[in-house]
Design a protein around this ligand. Structure first.
Ligand code: WTA
Length: 664
């Protein structure tokens, strides 16, 4: 990762200035030029309360704040004492403004369905319809015993009911914890347990690349270890048979449909919990990142507006391809987009179903204006071939975005030329589950872009590159990416683990938020992310802890010890190599069949995204004299191998380890 970042700058000197065609396409851009960016950025740091107070006054608050910011490091409170409801700002406010019949969500299902125009199932949901659905769902949740302050777990596919359930929770003051539908039963158990959820909302199944993922079955499996779960509300989507636990399980279409279509919003304190989202860190246990209502609402909607230049009434359609199970889907499919009154396009399935043209066909049919995806997807598009985008009319596009990992300049240029017809600015948005929204990103009419750089900080984000003492590094010297002032979208903690919150984010450089990424700034002040400095790897833009995968491996009867490292991967960006030592009686089984078994085992323990690409069996893991696993050595060894190839013999790494010991 680090090497790739540095290499890219050595060859990368192409600068793409903001262009007049984009300005023409949007009329008046929110941030029209560099001077405006600089002036606003300057004010956002010198007068954060004035700056964010002004931004927040664009939203509906039921009662005003006493102070914009209360900061006692590492605890921030934003819009202190104010009450609001994010669901109101997403929906009711649009209806009150006379826009109830505008489209809030365009949803497209995965299956090819010949009875529909263009062959796909499409739902266009207005704010008024969304309001009705959300209110009914809110009553249904209450009927299942959910009340203010509870945490409801949502384990669903990308169906409109997921958005409805999130908004319904917010409406009645319950928090949600969305678990990505690709996670397996044991991962559900940990998360539901940690959140103490008594209600889970799920689907019978989810369509994925033409097959059905049995979500309800996974929930049933998880519930065997979750006596605290009282109700499971089930959306019928795939019509696949499910087992049923009388008294616990309830069909959505029975309960929700029977409810009233109006339900007032609870007045919530700005600092009440909006959601938990579990993400990976350096230890085996995923952490529940806490986001609260007021600051997150203001930050996500404002960053969405600035970064993507969202404007209502100009025919814009915003398409973020992320699954709502990740933070990108929370912030830029739902919460950041609805308050801006631009339709958000939500897609159920895989980008290559029924063909590799699927997303381009959607762009054409829905006249998408802003398209937001991940570098791993872009690399897959490149591999699938230009004929797919070239076969569709993409002229509606005005802007392209990327997120999740550093983008290699080759992919950037391809995206620019082949998807954007060299006309659309690209916003390379750097941020994290913890930051709520974009922290470093170009603004399309104001900031010149350089392929591979996420460019400049967002308003209110005092980003810097420092050493471990907190000293700012000179240009082009690598260091830690930190943020030196609180911003409204920042996490408020890790659920149930104060110590880990302080330790992970605020102790490495006292007084500063440490993001966990290595980065540098160039002479123009542009940021270049070099990759994670902790034991987190970014596989296809999905965050995984190497320790989580190691724990899953050692839970298999054959494995004594495992060390997991990232390795360069053509499409995924980072792939997973696992070095594994086997227990007595298993050594002679080292081979392809056992490797496959271990991959499947990890799939069952965590989910398919965590399956190692390569398993290497070794006599012993290389360790330093003090007993530390030599991870750097393992990374080098992993990088030297062709990806996708299982090593099947028992390796002896002790000799290489001896040669390298002085290095680690
Ligand atoms: C990485 C995803 C380079 C980074 C929104 C970060 C990026 C982690 C970029 C967070 C980018 C995200 N350029 N790296 N534009 N965007 N990252 O929590 O390592 O799933 O720390 O949030 O992804 O991943 P997370």
């Amino acid at each position: 990762m680090a090497e790739r970042g540095i290499q890219s700058v050595l060859v990368e000197n192409r600068v793409f200035e903001p262009n007049a065609r984009f300005r023409d396409a949007v009329g008046a851009a929110h941030i029209p030029d560099l001077a405006t960016y600089k002036a606003m950025y300057q004010r956002s740091l010198s007068d954060p309360e004035g700056f964010w107070g002004d931004v927040a006054s664009d939203f509906t608050w039921f009662s005003p704040w006493k102070r914009v910011l209360e900061w006692s490091c590492p605890d921030a409170q934003w819009f202190v004492g104010a009450t609001t409801n994010i669901c109101f700002n997403c929906i009711d406010r649009q209806i009150d403004g006379g826009h109830g019949d505008d489209i809030a969500i365009i949803w497209e299902g995965e299956p090819a369905n010949s009875s529909q125009p263009h062959g796909f199932e499409v739902r266009r949901i207005t704010y008024r319809e969304l309001h009705g659905e959300v209110c009914r769902c809110a009553h249904a949740l209450r009927a299942l015993g959910v009340s203010r302050g509870d945490i409801v777990t949502l384990y669903m596919g990308m169906v409109p009911e997921l958005a409805i359930a999130m908004l319904a929770c917010a409406r009645i003051g319950a928090a949600h914890s969305v678990i990505f539908g690709g996670f397996a039963a044991p991962a559900i158990v940990d998360r539901v347990h940690d959140a103490a959820s008594r209600v889970i909302v799920t689907c019978d199944g989810a369509f994925r690349r033409g097959a059905v993922v049995g979500l309800k079955g996974n929930v049933d499996e998880a519930c065997k270890s979750l006596p605290e779960v009282q109700h499971v509300l089930v959306v019928r989507r795939t019509n696949t048979p499910v087992s049923w636990s009388e008294g616990r399980d309830v069909w959505w279409h029975d309960l929700v449909a029977a409810q009233q279509s109006s339900c007032p919003c609870e007045a919530m304190d700005s600092e009440d919990l909006l959601f938990l989202l579990y993400t990976s860190g350096s230890t085996g246990k995923p952490k529940g990142i806490r986001h609260t209502i007021g600051g997150y609402m203001v930050f996500t909607a404002a960053t969405a507006r600035w970064t993507f230049n969202l404007q209502p009434d100009r025919g814009q359609v915003f398409f973020c391809t992320a699954d709502i199970g990740w933070v990108t889907g929370h912030s830029y499919v739902i919460y950041g987009i609805l308050p801006n009154r631009v339709p958000t396009l939500m897609y159920e399935g895989a980008p290559n179903f029924p063909s590799e043209s699927r997303l381009w066909s959607m762009v054409e049919r829905h006249k998408v204006t802003q398209f937001y995806t991940a570098p791993t997807a872009i690399r897959a598009f490149m591999k699938w071939g230009d004929e797919h985008p070239k076969g569709h009319d993409l002229s509606s596009l005005i802007l392209l975005g990327t997120v999740g990992e550093p983008i290699n300049p080759e992919a950037w240029i391809w995206y620019h030329e082949t998807i954007g017809a060299s006309r659309c600015p690209i916003v390379d948005t750097m941020w994290q589950t913890e930051t709520g929204g974009h922290i470093i990103t170009p603004l399309p009419a104001a900031i010149a872009t350089v392929p591979g750089s996420c460019t400049v900080p967002m308003f209110g984000v005092d980003a810097a590159i420092v050493d471990e003492q907190g000293e700012e590094q000179p240009p082009n010297v690598g260091g830690l990416l930190v943020i030196r002032q609180p911003w409204p979208g920042m996490l408020r903690g890790i659920h149930g683990d104060r110590e880990r919150y302080v330790e992970t984010y605020w102790s490495k450089v006292p007084g500063m938020y440490v993001a966990g990424d290595g980065a540098r700034r160039d002479e123009r002040g542009y940021f270049w992310i070099m990759g994670r400095i902790d034991d987190v790897i970014n596989v296809s833009g999905h965050r995984l802890g190497t320790m989580e995968v190691e724990s899953a491996l050692v839970s298999h009867e054959s494995v004594v010890e495992a060390a997991v490292v990232g390795m360069p991967h053509e499409i995924k960006g980072t792939g997973i190599t696992a070095f594994v030592t086997l227990g007595p009686g298993w050594q002679d089984k080292a081979g392809k069949a056992l490797a496959r078994q271990l991959q499947e085992h990890v799939g069952r323990e965590i989910g398919a995204i965590a399956k190692p690409d390569v398993i290497r069996f070794t006599q012993a893991l290389p360790k330093t004299r003090s007993g530390k696993i030599m991870r750097r050595l393992l990374r080098d060894i992993a990088a030297g191998k062709d990806s996708g190839q299982d090593t099947t013999t028992l390796e002896d790494l002790s000799v290489v380890a001896k040669l390298r010991e002085s290095d680690e």
